[in-house]
Design a protein around this ligand. Structure first.
Ligand code: IMP
Length: 425
């Protein structure tokens, strides 16, 4: 029975939270497969704003089961805060399950993320400073602490003690203070007591649900171009946001996957450092930021913005096996008389139509644009593709033609109902 994978097709911040929220009404389970609280999903329900970082936005639909998969790294302080915050607003969080195989973010991961960024000087990645990279590094080095280690207080204390000892010289090398191990143990035992009812073998749970004929939405965080293997390394995150990450991050095989939905913004944004060929530093870039409200949910940082990059998007279609697109923030483009779309790069005298993932090559790429007419009108009230202004319809059709995949969802505003669903020509 089907698993649907939802991936960010750009540099993250494509509006996946809203699309997940929308699809959550039609599925039984929403499962996040990677990343941690570096992600931020903003969902607006009847004017009420929910900013979620770890818990899938499916939690806002009564009855939808929510899973935090084994591919994730969990800051328990944040998770407790999010569970309590939702509870205080009347949301039932008993449906939230956290994989025992997910890794824990420890206080030293946060300190190291900060210190390593500072040490990079001018070559900073611009991380969210949530400890993500150091936590995944420990996972790969097999020196991590897992959520399942929280099931037994004595074992948890011994594990934290051992890991803290290993970290001492590393922290010292960065001039960081020694970890206060006793306090950390007490604090994590407190988190453990709070989180224990939510800890589960989520692989078994996922397969139970699939066997019951239920539908699982695998919710990606970050985006394709931030993928550790397939993004613009080293300006990437430390997990696998692409569709393949859903398989390893949840423990399912490709045969279960019926659809891969790529979420793409109608223009491009990037937060943090790294090459961004279509970045606009002029008035148009500023307008995209202001009209699109392009400030990070997690860090509040201003996003960099520019025209849609079809070279990058075509690459995203390939590496994810995207079967359909959800196009977000189309309304934002209503401000412009003309809309540009990058169709190729110029690099060292060559014309490139394939996306170079080598960051140094990408940094040398100049965009080659095609210009399409704008529609210069407000479209947030539109609920069918036919009712869109002709130029907006043409923009969507142009993307479908160029990318070879249909656009099935179009978001025309932040509210749940400001959406055109199953839009077909
Ligand atoms: P990290 O994931 O905090 O290590 O950050 C690595 C890079 O990924 C930085 O450029 C971040 O700005 C970016 N990043 C991480 N999470 C997100 C996200 O949810 N949206 C957009 N960018 C992100």
């Amino acid at each position: 029975m089907p698993a649907i994978i939802l991936v960010g097709a750009q540099w993250g911040d494509e509006g996946k939270g809203k699309i997940t929220d929308l699809l959550a009404a039609q599925v039984d389970v929403v499962a996040r497969y990677g990343g941690g609280d570096n992600a931020g999903h903003t969902v607006v329900v009847r004017g009420e704003r929910f900013a979620l970082h770890l818990i899938p936005s499916g939690v806002l639909h009564p009855g939808t089961e929510c899973i935090l998969g084994s591919g994730m790294v969990i800051n328990p302080a944040r998770l407790v805060q999010e569970l309590d915050g939702l509870t205080a607003r009347g949301v039932d969080v008993s449906r939230v399950r956290v994989s025992s195989a997910a890794h824990l973010i420890m206080p030293w991961h946060l300190a190291l993320d900060e210190a390593q960024e500072a040490a990079r000087g001018g070559a900073q990645i611009g991380t969210t400073r949530r400890g993500i990279g150091p936590a995944y590094a420990d996972k790969a080095a097999r020196t991590g602490i897992r959520v399942g280690d929280m099931l037994d207080d004595k074992h948890l204390a011994a594990t934290i003690l051992a890991r803290a000892e290993e970290k001492r010289p590393v922290l010292r090398a960065y001039g960081l203070p020694e970890p206060g191990v006793d306090a950390i143990i007490l604090q994590y035992q407190e988190y453990a007591a709070r989180l224990r009812p939510h800890i589960a073998d989520t692989v078994r749970l996922v397969h139970q649900r699939l066997a019951e004929g239920k539908t699982i939405l695998c919710e990606g965080a970050q985006g394709t171009l931030l993928d550790l293997d397939h993004g613009t390394y080293p300006y990437v995150t430390s997990s696998s946001p692409i569709a393949g990450g859903a398989l390893t991050g949840l423990g399912i095989g490709p045969g279960h996957v019926s659809r891969v939905i790529g979420v793409a913004k109608a223009y491009s944004t990037r937060v943090g450092m790294g090459p961004f060929p279509t970045e606009l530093t002029d008035d148009i870039g500023e307008q995209l930021v202001v009209i699109g409200g392009e400030y990070g949910t997690t860090t509040g940082r201003r996003r960099r913005a520019g025209w849609l990059d079809m070279v990058a998007l075509r690459y995203a279609v390939q590496v994810n096996g995207i079967t359909e697109l959800a196009l977000t923030k189309l309304d934002v483009l209503g401000a412009f008389p003309q809309i540009k779309v990058c169709v190729a790069y110029r690099c060292k005298g060559e014309r490139l139509t394939d996306f170079p993932t080598d960051a140094r090559t990408l940094a040398l790429c100049e965009p080659e644009y095609e210009t399409l007419p704008g529609w210069q009108s407000e479209i947030s009230h539109v609920r069918s593709r036919q009712a869109l202004p002709p130029a907006a319809r043409a923009y969507v059709a142009y993307l479908e033609h160029r990318l070879g995949v249909p656009v099935r969802i179009i978001s025309v505003g932040p509210e749940r109902d400001e959406t055109i669903v199953e839009a077909r020509p």
